[in-house]
Unconditional design. Structure first.
Length: 403
């Protein structure tokens, strides 16, 4: 254990076998693809779940001696679904909440996981389960009704497996003031000045993502190609800066994605580029967080077009740092959790590359009055449901009795 400011950190070492079965195998080889609707990429190796259970059991054994009787436990994300069940076996009577940062799939997709009933039974060991969106909550409710014959005792309380659990949609927010302060910092303002100088004759579009198959990056580049094909007035003008930070590069699906994305970007640049204009600037590395607000603010359009995402805070970051007098436009996938809140974005189906291209064209040529009105409403939503609202909303519900 060691201190980091006011936070005490306790770490647990994992051996290679546990890392491969728990983290690479079950968490990211089964749960991540299935929860993002990609059954074709899931590896249902029976041995992985044993490692997943074993490591969560280890975490519970290491955590319990550190807890005081009046502590509240807040567990985060798909790596730790069975942690409360393991703590209960050891005698924990603490209030324990769980928040799922990624989407929950519909019941039939979820049921493809060989251990799906065990996973949901584990969720009923929590006092509160939080989801990013109403859609995710609806999927949970349908599953527990259909598969577990759960009794819904109140709007947000379900009874099954001998326990009550409260389930709510509590969408995560952004620390708006902290991110706005970054935008006012030197690295962000220098980036903004550089972008405006280098691209003075261009209209910038920006995408900032991890290189992950859930983000819809090939579809995004194809949509940008459609924009140049269908609306030739954007040639020698519109420039897409796509940051794709490295992610899980030892997994075959990610290596394949990188090759596809590099080929697509090269093809667009080869077919449409000029000596003084490169349509796509593809960056396969992480851009420093302090520079990102400047990149957002320099851009006329942000493309946040995942095929499926729990929330996607990039959408909220873009809104938070725009110049209210001359804001950019957010083009947002309807399959991102953020789409439930940010309804004044231009919502698109990322699988429909022509439709997405049409939306980008509309964004690039949107009148100033409409851009200002949309941004004002988006910013109000981002500020109203910020990270502090999320924390308070979840913890207040967790400490409220279920009965």
């Amino acid at each position: 254990m060691h201190k980091h400011g006011d936070v005490t950190l306790a770490t647990v070492d994992l051996g290679r076998t546990d890392h491969e079965s728990y983290y690479l195998g079950y968490s990211n080889g089964v749960l991540w693809p299935v929860f993002h609707y990609r059954l074709d990429l899931a590896d249902f190796d029976a041995g992985y779940v044993d490692g997943y259970r074993r490591v969560n059991r280890l975490f519970a054994r290491r955590l319990l001696p550190l807890l005081r009787p009046d502590d509240i436990v807040w567990v985060h994300d798909y790596h730790l679904i069975p942690l409360a069940a393991e703590l209960r076996v050891l005698g924990s009577a603490h209030r324990i909440g769980f928040f799922l940062h990624i989407p929950l799939p519909p019941p039939l997709i979820f049921a493809a996981i060989p251990e799906h009933e065990w996973l949901v039974r584990a969720l009923f060991s929590y006092d509160l389960v939080g989801f990013q969106s109403q859609a995710d909550l609806a999927h949970f409710a349908r599953y527990v009704h259909n598969e577990a014959r759960a009794e819904q005792r109140r709007d947000d309380v379900f009874y099954a497996f001998g326990r009550n659990v409260r389930a709510r949609a509590v969408p995560i927010g952004l620390d708006v003031d902290e991110f706005a302060a970054l935008a006012a910092g030197r690295e962000a303002t220098d980036t903004l000045a550089t972008m405006r100088e280098q691209y003075a004759r261009r209209q910038l579009l920006v995408g900032v993502d991890r290189l992950d198959y859930s983000k819809g990056l090939p579809q995004r580049v194809r949509a940008f190609r459609q924009l140049l094909l269908r609306y030739p007035e954007n040639r020698n003008s519109a420039t897409l800066i796509q940051v794709a930070a490295p992610s899980r590069e030892d997994v075959n699906a990610y290596a394949d994605l990188r090759r596809e994305l590099e080929w697509l970007c090269g093809a667009v640049n080869g077919d449409y580029g000029e000596l003084d204009w490169m349509p796509v600037r593809y960056i396969h590395r992480t851009v420093a967080r302090r520079r990102v607000p400047g990149l957002y603010r320099a851009s006329r359009v942000a493309l946040v077009t995942p095929l499926r995402d729990g929330m996607n805070l990039v959408a909220k970051e873009f809104v938070a740092v725009q110049d209210p007098a001359d804001p950019g436009v957010l083009v947002l996938s309807r399959f991102a959790g953020a789409a439930e809140q940010l309804t004044d974005a231009l919502l698109v189906n990322p699988y429909d590359t022509q439709g997405t291209a049409d939306a980008i064209q509309r964004a690039l040529h949107m009148p100033l009055d409409e851009r200002r009105a949309r941004h004002e409403r988006l910013l109000q939503e981002v500020r109203r449901h910020d990270v502090h609202w999320w924390r308070k909303e979840f913890l207040d519900a967790l400490t409220e009795p279920a009965e």
